[in-house]
Design a protein around this ligand. Structure first.
Ligand code: ADP
Ligand code: ADP
Ligand code: MG
Length: 672
């Protein structure tokens, strides 16, 4: 076995690999970019070496630099994690040349599966079932269009080199094909440096079911069952579970054997995932093979009780697979939720910022291998801590929350509870959305397909209700407590002796996205009287520790966390996150309103297309610019009918977050 390995990655997966290495007594070397100097993965490894500036191209994708560091630090092997260099055949080859073990498949297997087109051609000869489509080398636009016409709409355009749900376009009708092809090729060249595409029949209501395979260098190859990853947004997984609901033993064996056949066809070694798209009737087709450890591998670990990173290390060190197919068993049910820094209400737009406040559900310590108490019920794989930032340079995943239960119902219940205990302030996250998703009828009823989120959009995005008095009381208590503290008094000891400007009654105006809450607070001897319209209750603070508050509101006990950011109060209680703004009468005196019609960059990025010209008169919603940020395209559209007065950026320009992108004048709307 190796005594020291280098981990060529960052974030949660680098921490995950380091945890197993530590348990096995293997020393770890981290590499990091300038913005990651204080990152968690640097802290959890035994050594860490700076390899370059923040952009991945200049750091985590610098194969030469990473190999140099491995040699200099005496590492014998490199674990690439996922993303970055994990599916880069040149890197696997360079490792071998340098005398280092690459903890992954041979370069030839990566090459064979690296292009979705070439992989499909190969699978065709291995008699693995394929989605009908065109995956040839001829990329003539006219030919691609005629192939799409022949397949029949809707079709899916896919970047052959694609990954992470990027570089895909659904085309509903022939007339839309040309522009979809252009946009797909543009994203493909930007994200993957290769604009080759394939065309596939777009299946309606399919499920994404994938098989975990493992092969060793002695000819052994097994499958570690399936994962259902149907719940996706933007073709990227949000929830993953194992086993797949409604899976029969026959279908599991058929898919497992097809996956093993696919792996054997390319001389596979190590951990890999064969992704299938399945129809509701049970038929399934090969989609692609991911030649690395998958983001969602923990659900497989939970139901099998195995440590897949340990298996990877053993296989890379030349050992045989620890178990044979007939020794593998499924125990219970596991679900993973990807906690992302993103805004589900705004089309899942990635969000960046600092994790000012982060409280995670109580995790049952993750114990792989030797644990005798059975699987952990709650596992959190995270690469960030409170105070860390999610930057625009890398993937916006904050953590993975992985839950085990005796069965799906128990896993779901534990997941809902864990999500309700997860608190984040400082950036937008999908936590509340995940909670609605896992408790929704379609998901809890296992009515799964890849269109679940879109089809149930209305139910999953209910209009925000009114904040209740308990939530408002928590915000009020935090505010009054802060004032008292800054007035130098003992916060909760003697509210009777303290008066605000000599008044006993005071108005506090709070508001959220849709509602205003004009509250009145009357100071009593040992409590406050809180009033909102005809609603009123006596409020007493029973305890406050950090963000945690306990109140008595009338005869109810209320608990929650309040995190304050200036005049914004984040209230976490009863599993919900409310954001309340306090209209401080003393703040913002003299500030003027921003003028309408400013179109600004939602995040730092690059302009990839300008779709309008100065002087153009446009309708509401007309696409004006396309910018690329966090490896995705974002279309900037006209906020209303109006005139483009000036273009401020050209294709290729970098823009800062909040930068004005163009001068736009909204048309005067005639008064009603
Ligand atoms: P999975 O199939 O396991 O869900 P994804 O395809 O979503 O994995 O990608 C896994 C991770 O790798 C994600 O964090 C994604 O952002 C990242 N990733 C995918 N493709 C690339 C790439 N070409 N370069 C860098 N990172 C990538
Ligand atoms: P990536 O490399 O980005 O993971 P995949 O080929 O694995 O790309 O596809 C990602 C997702 O896109 C799938 O999980 C599925 O939801 C959807 N998808 C892919 N191919 C099809 C298809 N032919 N019909 C319908 N949905 C598809
Ligand atoms: Mg995929």
């Amino acid at each position: 076995m190796f005594t020291k390995i280098l981990i060529a990655n960052r974030g949660e997966i680098a921490c995950r690999v380091a945890a197993t290495a530590r348990r096995m007594g293997i020393k770890t070397v981290a590499v990091y970019s300038e913005v990651d100097a204080n990152a968690k993965h640097v802290a959890v490894c035994d050594e860490a070496v700076l390899i370059g500036p923040a952009p991945a191209k200049e750091s985590y994708l610098r194969a030469d630099k990473i190999i140099e560091v491995a040699l200099a630090t005496g590492a014998q092997a490199i674990h690439p994690g996922y993303g970055f260099l994990s599916e880069n055949e040149g890197f696997a080859e360079a490792c071998a040349k340098a005398g280092l073990a690459f903890i992954g498949p041979p370069a030839s297997a990566i090459r064979a599966m690296g292009s979705k087109s070439a992989a499909k051609a190969l699978m065709e000869t291995a008699r693995v079932p394929l989605v009908p489509g065109y995956h040839g080398d001829d990329q003539d636009a006219g030919l691609l269009q005629s192939q799409a016409d022949k397949i029949g709409y809707p079709v899916l355009l896919k970047a052959s080199a694609g990954g992470g749900g990027k570089g895909m376009r659904i085309v509903e009708r022939s007339a839309d094909f040309k522009s979809a092809l252009e946009s797909c090729k543009r994203e493909a060249i930007n994200s993957f440096g290769d604009d080759k595409v394939l065309v596939e029949k777009y299946l309606t209501r399919p499920r994404h079911i994938e098989i975990q395979v493992f092969a060793d260098t002695h000819g052994g190859c097994v499958y570690l069952f399936e994962r259902d990853c149907s719940v996706q947004r933007r073709h990227q997984k949000v929830l993953e579970e194992a086993p797949a609901p409604d899976m029969t033993a026959e279908r599991r064996a058929a898919m497992g054997e097809a996956a093993v056949a696919a792996a054997k066809a390319v001389g596979y070694v190590g951990a890999g995932t064969v992704e299938f798209i399945a129809n509701q009737d049970g038929s399934f087709y090969f989609m692609e093979m991911n030649t690395r450890l998958q983001v969602e591998h923990p659900v497989t670990e939970m139901i099998t009780g195995l440590d897949l990173v340990e298996w990877q290390l053993r296989v890379a060190a030349g050992e045989k697979l620890p178990l044979r197919q007939e020794q593998l068993r499924i125990n219970g049910h596991a679900i993973e939720a990807r906690v992302y820094a993103e805004n589900p209400e705004k089309g899942f737009l990635p969000s960046i910022g600092t994790l000012r406040h982060m409280r995670t559900p109580a995790a049952v310590t993750f114990e792989l291998g030797g644990g005798t108490d059975g699987p952990a019920a709650v596992r959190i794989d995270s690469g960030v801590r409170e105070g860390d930032a999610i930057s625009p340079f890398y993937d916006p995943m904050i953590a993975k929350l992985i839950i085990w239960g005796e069965d799906r119902a128990q896993a779901l219940q534990r997941m809902a509870q864990a999500l309700s205990e997860y608190q984040i302030v400082g950036l937008a996250s999908n936590i509340a959305f995940l909670h609605r998703l896992v408790t929704s009828k379609p998901f809890s009823g296992a009515d799964l397909d890849t269109g679940l989120i879109e089809r149930h959009h209305a139910a999953l995005f209910p209009s925000a209700g009114q904040a209740g008095l308990p939530v408002l009381a928590l915000a009020v208590a935090a505010l009054l407590g802060d004032e008292k503290k800054s007035a130098g008094g003992d916060p909760w000891g003697d509210s009777d002796g303290w008066r605000m400007n000599g008044t006993l009654r005071r108005q506090l105006d709070f508001a959220d996205d849709g509602n205003a809450y004009p509250l009145t607070v009357s100071y009593g001897s040992d409590s406050w009287l809180l009033e909102l319209g005809t609603n009123q209750a006596l409020l007493q603070v029973t305890a406050r520790q950090g963000s945690r508050l306990s109140l008595k509101l009338g005869d109810h006990a209320v608990h929650g966390d309040v995190v304050r950011d200036g005049e914004t109060f984040h209230v976490f209680s009863d599993g919900k996150h409310a954001v309340l703004n306090w209209a401080d009468p003393l703040a913002h005196a003299g500030e003027s309103e921003a003028e309408g019609g400013r179109l600004t960059a939602p995040m730092p990025g690059k302009i990839v297309a300008v779709l309008t010209q100065a002087g153009a008169t446009v309708e509401a919603g007309t696409p004006l610019l396309i910018m690329e940020a966090m490896k995705m395209e974002h279309t900037i559209a006209a906020p209303g009918p109006g005139v483009v007065e000036d273009l401020l950026y050209a294709v290729g320009d970098q823009v800062a977050e909040g930068a004005q992108l163009l001068a736009f004048k909204l048309a005067e709307t005639s008064a009603a």
